[in-house]
Write a protein that binds this ligand. Structure first.
Ligand code: SF4
Length: 521
């Protein structure tokens, strides 16, 4: 007998589904609550069909509700129930409609469940991007409208062909959403510039900020300026160091910790405060639980949550905890997983494209043989050392573009440079896949060919739902022969996987040696 059903992330139990409790730490009560919330959001989308503009409250609930269900975001059933109540109240205001019964989400023909789930998980990922743009005051009517369209589709019957069309249409809309967030981030914080980031921590009080929300980091930097507190990034917050309007704060010192899945070990007994602005939060251990804070849609029972007050947040509890703990009495030396203590970030589209002439010349004269985009999410599986080994084994005349937290597998390596261009270039967070796409399109234009004809191979690692929306965007753009690992998503049925292999040439990763040989010959 099962208590729950969730197969949305890469660490799902047995590679099939979590049915008794989540491997991530999510219990059955929360999992079932999140399914109920999803059904309520379908109800909200149905009610919204009666009006041309559902309004800002409904839009925000749609984004928050979907974002809440992403892996490692919300473990608090009270918060999930609050959102369900707000969604249902808003639905009634819009004229009412039936919710989708939670049990119907995962029921039906295996291939239909697969395609419906893929769309739902993609929508969850896109909601995170749209939310980050929204808190910076940016929105896009087409993107917002598609959340309602997509959630109504989740509650409807469609033929396999219609589901595939919906998935491709969604992929195109997600590109717009990533462009929206790129514009919001660069408009507010400037275009990232190459920046070296230390993994060491200075003595004295400090706060570690995790997640993706640059707006939260900016507010914390403002509130801690001149207070004798240093700020360190963690996980997906690392690329913040490249943004001029964030790096100008002298107390933004470095990056603490390696990949997100090491936090229970790395946070133990650390005399600093931790702020989680988005995923990936793991159930905190008693040794550091008193110093972990959440904000936005992140929630965990027993942790102090920093609320939003009309776009402003008061981080006083986090600041006071950092001052109370006092930090280490001496400077501390830490390294990445390969022993390096300097990480470089800030190679987003503007920086890479400003060097386009040099890049093109280097390709034409044979100095650069091939580009690899090795990016995506990190995770706990041992097979993920594939990505470290793959990067280590790439020949010296190749360039590694990277993004998202999968880079923590190799971003402390020094692989040298080609004509002054570093061989590893960190383009940013997962949403900066937009930057990678812009660079690929620009190179294709310069070489007068299609993206698939470029000397470029995408080698992606997936873990949670933002990887799903990015993959659908890449497929919608017609990008083929993408390597995906460490495992095939449980929500791809055999037939759906076969379609992706036949139509798009998707390849599960094998070994670094075999894959490099297949790519480079
Ligand atoms: Fe399992 Fe992943 Fe769902 Fe957590 S998010 S319950 S680990 S499938």
């Amino acid at each position: 007998m099962s208590n729950m059903f969730c197969f949305q992330c890469e660490q799902t139990a047995g590679g099939k589904a979590c049915t008794m409790a989540g491997v991530c730490g999510k219990n059955a009560v929360v999992a079932n609550g999140q399914d109920e919330l999803t059904g309520a959001l379908v109800g909200l989308a149905r009610a919204a069909a009666k009006t041309s503009d559902p309004g800002i409250k409904a839009d925000e609930l749609m984004l928050q509700g979907l974002f809440t269900t992403i892996t490692n975001v919300n473990f608090d059933i009270d918060r999930v129930n609050e959102i369900i109540s707000e969604v249902r109240a808003e639905k009634q205001r819009l004229g009412g409609a039936d919710d989708l019964p939670a049990a119907d989400l995962w029921k039906g023909n295996e291939d239909i469940v697969s395609m419906r789930s893929t769309l739902l998980l993609g929508l969850r990922g896109m909601a995170a991007y749209a939310w980050h743009a929204h808190v910076l005051g940016k929105g896009d009517k087409e993107v917002t409208a598609w959340f309602y369209k997509g959630m109504r589709a989740i509650g409807e019957e469609h033929t396999p062909e219609e589901w595939l069309d919906l998935l491709m249409e969604f992929g195109r809309v997600n590109l717009k959403c990533m462009a929206l967030l790129d514009g919001a981030n660069t408009g507010e914080f400037g275009h990232p510039v190459p920046t070296k980031v230390t993994t060491n921590v200075e003595k004295g009080p400090f706060i570690v900020v995790s997640g993706h929300d640059l707006h939260d980091l900016k507010q914390l930097l403002e509130q801690t300026e001149g207070r004798g507190i240093n700020i360190y990034t963690h996980g997906e917050m690392l690329p913040a160091h490249g943004y001029p309007e964030l790096k100008k704060y002298k107390h933004l010192k470095g990056n603490f910790g390696t990949a997100w899945q090491n936090q229970q070990k790395e946070f133990a007994d650390v005399p600093g405060a931790f702020l989680f602005t988005t995923n990936c939060l793991m159930p905190p251990k008693p040794s550091y639980m008193d110093r972990v804070f959440t904000t936005a849609v992140v929630a965990y029972p027993g942790l102090v949550h920093i609320p939003d007050n009309n776009g402003r947040k008061d981080f006083t509890p986090v600041i006071n905890k950092a001052l109370e703990l006092g930090g280490w009495p001496q400077d501390m030396h830490f390294t990445g997983i390969n022993g390096g203590s300097v990480l470089t970030t800030g190679f987003a589209r503007n920086t890479v494209l400003s060097a386009a002439d040099d890049v093109i010349k280097a390709v034409k004269n044979g100095d650069i043989r091939h580009f690899f985009l090795v990016g995506g999410c990190d995770g706990a599986k041992t097979g993920r050392n594939y990505y470290t080994e793959f990067v280590k084994q790439t020949p010296k005349d190749t360039i590694i573009l990277t993004l998202a937290c999968g880079k923590f597998r190799f971003n402390d390596l020094d692989l040298g440079d080609i004509n002054g261009l570093p061989r590893i270039m960190d383009m940013g967070q997962c949403n900066d896949a937009y930057s990678a796409i812009q660079v690929a399109l620009a190179l294709a234009q310069a070489f007068e060919c299609g993206v698939n004809e470029l000397p470029l191979t995408l080698v992606l690692s997936w873990y949670e739902q933002k990887a799903v929306c990015i993959l659908l965007t890449l497929l919608a753009l017609g990008i083929k022969n993408i390597y995906v690992g460490p495992t095939v998503p449980a929500f791809f049925s055999t037939n759906v996987l076969n379609i992706l292999v036949d139509k798009f040439g998707i390849k599960p990763i094998s070994t670094p040696e075999a894959d490099l040989k297949a790519i480079l010959g």
